[in-house]
Ligand binder design. Sequence first.
Ligand code: CP3
Length: 347
Amino acid sequence: MTTLFQKALKQEQTERPPLWIMRQAGRYLPEYLETRKEAGSFLDLCYNSDLACEVTMQPIRRFNLDAAIMFSDILVIPHALGYDVQFVAGEGPVVEKLKTPEDVFNLREKIADQDNVLSPMYKTLSKIREKLDTSKSLIGFCGAPWTVGLYMLDDKPSKDSSRARTWAYKHPKAFLELMDVLAESSAAYLIKQIESGADVVQIFDSWAGSVPPDLFEAAVKQPLFKMCRIIKEKHPNTPIILFPRCVNMNKLEEMANEAKGLFDALGLDFTVDLEEAHKRLQGKVAIQGNLDPALLLTTPKKVENEAQKMLDIAAKMPGYIANLGHGITPQTPIENVEALVQTVQKY
Ligand code: CP3
């Protein structure tokens, strides 16, 4: 069955735009907090397929969204390659750092064994697929090489990427090897996710905006395109969504011009002008986004008005997927999410 979401990804006209919400399973939901307590640590939850399936389904049951996204995290890849990963309450993720450029050259041999760590995710996907209505899509995901590599190099990627950038300048061979190994490991991971039930995949390049122009090709574009080539060779019909956050419109347009079947959609962050994106990207790739998650901290009326504005711009385009411009925040009141959902679903 072709889902509403897949139709939009093929840039076909749909009755209304499909809707899902980045980080839709998470701390703004009381039922998530319950399951999270039961699981123990955040990583315990990611690696427990029964509970990960349960939290994936929670926002679908509550809001009848058009796609479920496997519950996991982008940082399971460094973990699967043998690096310690911890989620410290109030601090975010702490990943063991690459110490010397030589360390990078020991990573490639670890790819062969990564499924020893990642197999619970594949089990989670099969379980979700059994529970999820066939009219809905199941999204698999991973992080992009630059974003994941940043967590292996810099202490606080949300504040600084200078160690990663310094490596790119000072140890270009090791840096390129890191991007390449992460691209191969992540593409293999997404292929297995597709074979376990994901019918769409999204690659999160959350820190793509912290790359200077001279490094954009090597750190962002080529690693992402390499992943797309590996995935499409095996699964040409599975749509790929790229989310290069905080990348300017010229770069987004350049990527869209080169998409040509390599990837299917661009996720836009909330800094992008949707009307301009419509003009410059339309017909090349499907477009997803981009309501500011901070709007969901206001009132239902405000959310309804702003969502309506977004839809009035975007519904002109075939191939539009309604979403936020970044992940929903833990403080979001449920009634504001309901206002967004109702506005899209009755459009
Ligand atoms: O969308 C979904 O519902 C699926 C789950 C999902 C999570 N992380 C669960 C999570 C997805 C798609 C991610 C992706 C992810 N993880 C990204 C890319 C998207 C983005 O937001 O930019 C990044 C950069 C990460 C790394 C990461 N994981 C950070 C920075 C944090 C801490 C941030 C915070 O809000 O505390 C996490 C932890 C995390 N990942 C949580 C969840 C629900 C919160 C942890 C908890 O429940 O204690």
